[in-house]
Write a protein that binds this ligand. Structure first.
Ligand code: PGA
Length: 250
């Protein structure tokens, strides 16, 4: 039985007060018996608070990025082992905002993916096309290129311990969710791409959808054959909105 994952990417939002309220509400309102694995990605300064509140509960957590180097003179950066120190299981790599705003190339993302696994973290590899790329028929080419960079560096076996998140850039934070059919088509493309290399890994790989996931569209998205959950931005910032999505996995 596949188990849906619902992951909240808080981006650069929050405050001490908000994290306490949000996390308390999510921990109490979701449970180990729900149909979803529930994970949150807080900003770095709140990781210790998340660790102290969520340790021993069903909730998982992770970092939003990491530096590819294990340590060194990289002012402002955070390594994979530092994330491990605060109990992280996961780390996002290649989020479209990292690619677009901070100029991370496919190769930069591949080095972060590798560093994550070296530190014992499960990378959540984000891929997705812009609206211009979709409208010019480049969706599959772009997504394949983003995945190929990881395959070239880490090999297909690295995906035994990784998650992929398909996040069309045009759907992120816009309210324009991909239709279940649009999302499923790309998810199937991704799974088939892995199946051509290793059937078992492809079958087990969790492929999340991200981009304006809400309680009102999650049930239909999660019902698609190749959609194994959601990476949620805006709707992960309020307890009720996030829990509504978690309940869609039941
Ligand atoms: P959104 O963000 O749910 O606000 O569209 C998703 C994401 O960026 O991971």
């Amino acid at each position: 039985m596949r188990r849906i994952m619902v992951a909240g990417n808080w981006k650069m939002h929050g405050s001490l007060e908000m994290v306490e309220t949000l996390l308390g509400g999510v921990i109490n309102g979701s449970g180990p018996d729900s149909g979803a694995d529930v994970v949150v990605f807080p900003p770095f300064p709140y990781l210790q608070l998340v660790q102290s509140m969520a340790s021993g509960t069903h909730l998982g957590w992770g970092g939003q990025t990491l530096n590819p180097e294990p340590k060194g003179a990289h002012t402002g950066e955070v390594s994979g082992s530092m994330l491990k120190d605060f109990g992280c299981t996961y780390v996002l790599v290649g989020h479209s905002e990292r690619r677009a705003i901070y100029g991370e190339s496919n190769e930069d993302v591949a080095s972060r993916f590798e560093a994550a696994q070296s530190a014992g973290l499960v990378p959540v590899l984000c891929v997705g096309e812009t609206i211009e790329q979709r409208e010019t028929g480049l969706t599959e080419e772009v997504v394949a290129g983003q995945i190929d960079a990881i395959l070239a560096r880490s090999g297909v076996s690295a995906f035994e311990q990784a998650i992929v998140a398909y996040e069309p850039v045009w759907a992120i934070g816009t309210g324009h969710t991909a239709s279940p059919e649009q999302a499923q088509a790309v998810h199937a493309f991704i799974r088939n791409k892995f199946a051509a290399l290793d059937d078992t890994i492809a079958g087990r790989l969790r492929i999340l959808y991200g981009g304006s996931v809400k309680g009102s569209n999650a049930t239909e998205l999660f019902a698609q054959a190749d959609i194994d959950g959601g990476l949620v931005g805006g709707a992960s910032l309020t307890v009720e909105d996030f829990l509504a999505i978690c309940r869609c996995a039941d």
